[in-house]
Design a protein around this ligand. Structure first.
Ligand code: UT7
Length: 323
């Protein structure tokens, strides 16, 4: 028997306000045609004034609990992947714990920027396999609109706000084609920290700062590293790319998504793409895409799903799971 982490429920929350590409042309030298052709993004959601990362995370968590048919105190742990917490501390995860009315368990945030959800999923799986928890809520939640420089057309048109959540539960399985997390692959290279960073922070400037990105450089790393991590996780688990039912990639740029799918030999019909509607929501992008595809019936129990992401750090990785 092998102890594994199986997905029991999913949920998401997007802020109500939708901003179409055309809105940016009023204040910036940009166009819908440029944004769509270079990134695939058509619109994104921005949080309302006073609407914080923890509000989005809590709503996504409630939706995941309802989907799983579980109560808050069924959970042993809450992990929130975010780079845009409400406060320096307490953690967003403990705010979610309190918001759900949990009276037990533990909660903490993880920060691996756009790869945050992949890192959180791998850590939740490790907690479950190691016996520290039986049920873990894993959330990706961001309000990147709060760290945009609205005069920088090369970044502010790309990002959006939102949250997605999955609930993982331990099972003991002797199955040859088991459900749940099958393999994980994590990497980072701190030498590349400068190409995608925020130019402020508590200890350095005592400000939140603004996102700065050398887009072309990040693009170059993304195409190469995402294909490598996806290939590694498939090789570890002895799965051929053509056996995958779904690729659910980080949603940063449609050209990166199609490039990675092409390298794996996967047709775009088997790729979940939400970047046109959500923009880049950093750590929230994968759980948002998973929850959307679960809700619309594309993801079915038993489907083989590969998720992969790269972002600031640089940090990147992938998780292979059977839904
Ligand atoms: O989630 C974390 C990981 N992040 C990513 O994966 C993002 C990776 N990078 C990218 O997605 C792409 O590099 C971008 C979408 C950011 C940019 O696309 P690009 O094809 O690499 O364009 P570029 O940065 O090389 O810029 C091309 C031109 C430049 O003008 P010049 O120098 O050729 O005259 C830019 O100034 O496009 C200009 N430009 C814009 N023009 C209109 C940059 N932003 C805009 C804009 N509207 N919003």
């Amino acid at each position: 028997m092998t102890r594994r982490s199986v997905v029991r429920g999913a949920g998401h929350r997007l802020p109500e306000r939708v901003v179409e590409n055309a809105e940016f042309s009023a204040t910036l030298d940009t166009s819908d045609a440029w944004i769509t052709s270079r990134s695939g993004i058509e619109r994104r959601h921005f949080a309302a004034e006073g609407e914080c990362t923890s509000d989005l995370a809590l709503a996504a968590a409630r939706a995941a609990l309802a989907d799983a048919g579980m109560a808050p105190d069924d959970l042993d742990a809450v992990i929130v992947a975010t780079s845009t917490p409400d406060f320096t501390f307490p953690a967003v995860a403990t705010m979610v714990q309190a918001g759900l009315g949990m009276t037990r368990g533990f909660a903490f945030d993880m920060q691996a920027v756009c790869a945050g959800f992949v890192f959180a999923l791998a850590n939740a799986d490790a907690l479950i396999r190691g016996g520290a928890a039986d049920r873990v809520m894993v959330i990706g939640a961001e309000t990147f609109s709060r760290i945009m420089d609205w005069t920088d057309r090369s970044t502010c048109v790309l990002f959006g706000d939102g949250a997605g959540a999955l609930i993982l539960e331990a099972i003991d399985s002797a199955d040859r084609a088991p459900r749940g997390v099958l393999a994980t692959d994590l990497h980072s290279d701190g030498r590349q920290g400068g190409i995608l960073h925020v130019d402020g922070g508590v200890s350095s400037t005592q400000t939140a700062g603004h996102l700065r990105m050398q887009g072309k450089e990040v693009f170059r790393h993304a195409v190469e590293k995402l294909a490598a991590t996806a290939t590694a996780v498939l090789r570890t688990s002895g799965v051929a790319p053509e056996e995958l039912d779904w690729l659910v990639p980080h949603q940063a740029n449609l050209r990166i998504i199609t490039g990675t799918a092409a390298k794996l030999g996967l047709p775009m019909e088997r790729v979940v793409v939400t970047v046109q509607d959500h923009g880049n929501t950093s750590a929230a992008s994968i759980p948002l895409a998973l929850s959307v595809a679960h809700a619309d019936g594309r993801l079915k129990p038993g489907d083989l799903v590969l998720t992969e992401a790269i972002g600031g750090g640089l940090a990147w990785g992938s998780v292979l799971l059977r839904w």
